[in-house]
Design a protein around this ligand. Structure first.
Ligand code: AP5
Ligand code: MG
Length: 253
C-alpha cells in the first residue's frame, strides 16, 4: 500500500500536488494544517489550543499533533494515503514511526518537494483556500472558475491568517531550524524500508508533477486511477477524435 509523506517547505505545493494525486488516483490525503484549521473553525478543544500558535507561525505540541493525526490515520488501514505536514519535528517522526510499526503499516514512500524560497514567497500573497476541503487556489496559477468561490461547492474562499509576510517568514524559519533536519532521519530510515527520499525540484508544480507521478508509478505499479478520472480521459480522447474527424471531414469537403 502507498503510505506516503509529502515533505516540503511551507508553500512548496504539498496541498496542491496531494490534491492532484487524490483526484487522479484512488488515494486519500491528510493535511495536518487543514485538520487544525477545521478544529479552529469548529472551536474544538484542540482548535482552542492550536489557534494562537498557528496564527503566529509556531508549531503545535508534538503529543497533541500525534493525537490529531493518529485518530484519522487509524481509520485508513486498507487505503493508500498521503500525509502532508506531519511530521515536522524529530519527536513527531519517531512517534509516527513507532505508531505505524506497531500496526505493521510502515511508511512506504517519502517525497521532498524542493522549491526556491523566492518563488514560494511570491505565491503566498495570491493564495486562497476552501477551508472545509483544503482545496487551494492561486490567482495567477490555478484561479477558481468564479473569483472568490470554490469550484466544487460554490462556497466562499478565504485567506489564511498565517499567510502574511511576517508570519510566513517565521514559518519558513521554523522549517529550516526544526523540520528540514528530518530529511536525514528519513534518509537513515531508508536503509531499513523506505526508499531514499527523492528530491523533486522545480519552480512550478507543473515541472514537479510529472516527476512525482513517475516516482509513484515506478514504486507502486498497481496503483489504480479513479474510475471517473479514466472515464473523463476517455471522454476527452473520444471528443478529440470526433472533433478531429469532423475537422477532417470539413477540410476534405
Ligand atoms: P500547513 O497548513 O501544513 O502549512 P505549511 O506546511 O506551511 O504549508 P502550506 O499549506 O502553506 O503550503 P503547501 O506546501 O501545502 O502549498 P500549497 O499547495 O498551498 O500548516 C499550518 C500551520 O499548522 C503550521 O504553521 C503549524 O502552526 C501548524 N501545524 C501543521 N502541522 C503541524 C505539525 N505536524 N506540528 C506542529 N504544528 C503543525 O501551495 C502554495 C501556493 O502556491 C498556493 O497558492 C498554490 O496555488 C500555489 N502554487 C502551487 N503550485 C504552484 C505552481 N506550480 N505555480 C504557481 N503557484 C503554485
Ligand atoms: Mg498545505
Amino acid at each position: 500500500m502507498l503510505r506516503m509523506l509529502m515533505f516540503g517547505k511551507p508553500g512548496a505545493g504539498k496541498g496542491t500536488l496531494s490534491g492532484r494525486l487524490v483526484k487522479k488516483y484512488d488515494i486519500v490525503s491528510l493535511s495536518t494544517g487543514d485538520l487544525l484549521r477545521m478544529h479552529i473553525n469548529d472551536r474544538t478543544e484542540v482548535g482552542r489550543m492550536a489557534e494562537e500558535i498557528v496564527a503566529q507561525g509556531g508549531l503545535v505540541p508534538d503529543e497533541l499533533m500525534l493525537q490529531v493525526v493518529t485518530s484519522k490515520l487509524d481509520r485508513l488501514h486498507n487505503k493508500h494515503w498521503i500525509l502532508d505536514g506531519f511530521p515536522r519535528t524529530f519527536a513527531q517522526g519517531e512517534l509516527l514511526n513507532t505508531h505505524l510499526n506497531k500496526q505493521n503499516t510502515p511508511l512506504s514512500l517519502v517525497v521532498n518537494l524542493d522549491v526556491p524560497d523566492d518563488i514560494i514567497l511570491s505565491r503566498i500573497s495570491d493564495r486562497w483556500v476552501h477551508l472545509p476541503s483544503g482545496r487551494v487556489y492561486n490567482l495567477s496559477y490555478n484561479p477558481p472558475k468564479v473569483e472568490g468561490f470554490d469550484d466544487e461547492t460554490g462556497e466562499p474562499l478565504t485567506k489564511r491568517p498565517d499567510d502574511n509576510p511576517e508570519i510566513f517568514a517565521r514559518r519558513l524559519e521554523k522549517f529550516y531550524s526544526t523540520t528540514s533536519p528530518l530529511l536525514d532521519f528519513y534518509a537513515r530510515l531508508s536503509q531499513a524500508h523506505v526508499s531514499t527520499p527523492p528530491h523533486l525540484s522545480g519552480t512550478t508544480s507543473d515541472e514537479i508533477w510529472p516527476e512525482l507521478e513517475r516516482v509513484l508509478k515506478d514504486t507502486f505499479p498497481g496503483l489504480k486511477e479513479r474510475a471517473e478520472s479514466a472515464d473523463a480521459r476517455r471522454r476527452h480522447s473520444l471528443s478529440d477524435a470526433i472533433a478531429s474527424a469532423s475537422m477532417n471531414a470539413t477540410i476534405s469537403k
